[in-house]
Design a protein around this ligand. Structure first.
Ligand SMILES: Cc1cc2nc3c(=O)[nH]c(=O)nc-3n(C[C@H](O)[C@H](O)[C@H](O)COP(=O)(O)OP(=O)(O)OC[C@H]3O[C@@H](n4cnc5c(N)ncnc54)[C@H](O)[C@@H]3O)c2cc1C
Length: 239
């Protein structure tokens, strides 16, 4: 690890949806970051722990919160996926680099924000929402579209619904692409629900996080169909 690295201790590991782990870590002394940033974990190979490789994970907790929260979606056979599911336990010490990335809000950002996350891509959006609503008491309009396939793939629903109940400027839209018959919420791909949520294309700022394919399709919709200024459409692709 470089000199700009930190050791963090896992304090909680829970399976919160199929193949999705929520991980809580201690926040090291002197570690500060902006909502929306990510870090590189030094991930050991399960069969040879001395062999380390970096993997990027968005910080899901707001900078003002006490601990560091992450959510990791397992990929079959992946290095980090095997390490998380087979090796990492509460009490494990993990190497982590400094915060990186520009998926952040500028202090002067005002107006209406539409956050769109698919699967674990909701992680940095949670950080933005908790920071803006709970700590900075922003009264900007905010919508979160959380897209997954099935109802069981949703997580943190109670948390987002509670935020929406307590903050009238925030609206939560869980969206299923393969909904069961009794689902009364939003249905389809995030691109099909967005046009109904973006009221003013000139001033709305969009933050997209998830698969590169979703980001490419949604950027195209925003810029080419909805005629939003390019500078107002931000994407973080989980490659
Ligand atoms: C900025 C950023 C932030 C991110 N934040 C998050 C986050 O918050 N949460 C999250 O879940 N993910 C996040 N990701 C994705 C994350 O970094 C990893 O890519 C993801 O967890 C998979 O890592 P892995 O080590 O398990 O899989 P990898 O070992 O990287 O493999 C990925 C897939 O490819 C397959 N594969 C690997 N090598 C081969 C090969 N030689 N031939 C065929 N198949 C192969 C594996 O079996 C696996 O299915 C983020 C990515 C970026 C860029």
């Amino acid at each position: 690890m470089t000199s700009q690295s930190f050791c963090i201790v896992c304090t909680k590991k829970s399976l919160i949806a199929p193949d999705v782990y929520e991980l809580m870590f201690t926040k090291p002394e002197g570690f500060s970051y902006k909502a929306g940033q990510f870090v590189l974990f030094e991930v050991p190979l399960v069969d040879n722990p001395a062999d380390l490789q970096p993997r990027a994970y968005s910080i899901a907790s707001a900078p003002e919160e006490k601990d560091l929260l992450f959510v990791i979606k397992l990929k079959p056979g992946g290095r980090a996926s095997r390490w998380v599911s087979e090796v990492l336990t509460e009490g494990s010490v993990v190497g982590m680099g400094r915060p990186l990335g520009l998926f952040t809000l500028a202090p002067e950002d005002q107006g209406h924000f539409v956050f769109v996350g698919t699967g674990s891509g909701v992680a940095p959006l949670r950080s933005h929402l908790v920071s803006c609503l709970e700590y900075r008491k922003s009264n900007a309009g905010m919508d979160l579209i959380f897209g997954v396939r099935n109802r069981e793939d949703l997580f943190w629903i109670d948390h987002f619904e509670d935020l929406a109940r307590r903050h009238s400027n925030f609206h939560f839209h869980p969206t299923l692409s393969a909904p069961p018959v009794d689902w009364t919420g939003m249905k389809g791909r995030v691109t099909s629900v967005m046009p109904g949520i973006i009221k003013d294309s000139a001033t709305t700022k969009v933050f997209l996080c998830g698969s590169p394919a979703m980001i490419a399709d949604t950027k195209k919709l925003c810029i080419e169909t909805l005629q939003m200024p390019k500078a107002n459409v931000h994407g973080e692709g989980y490659i």
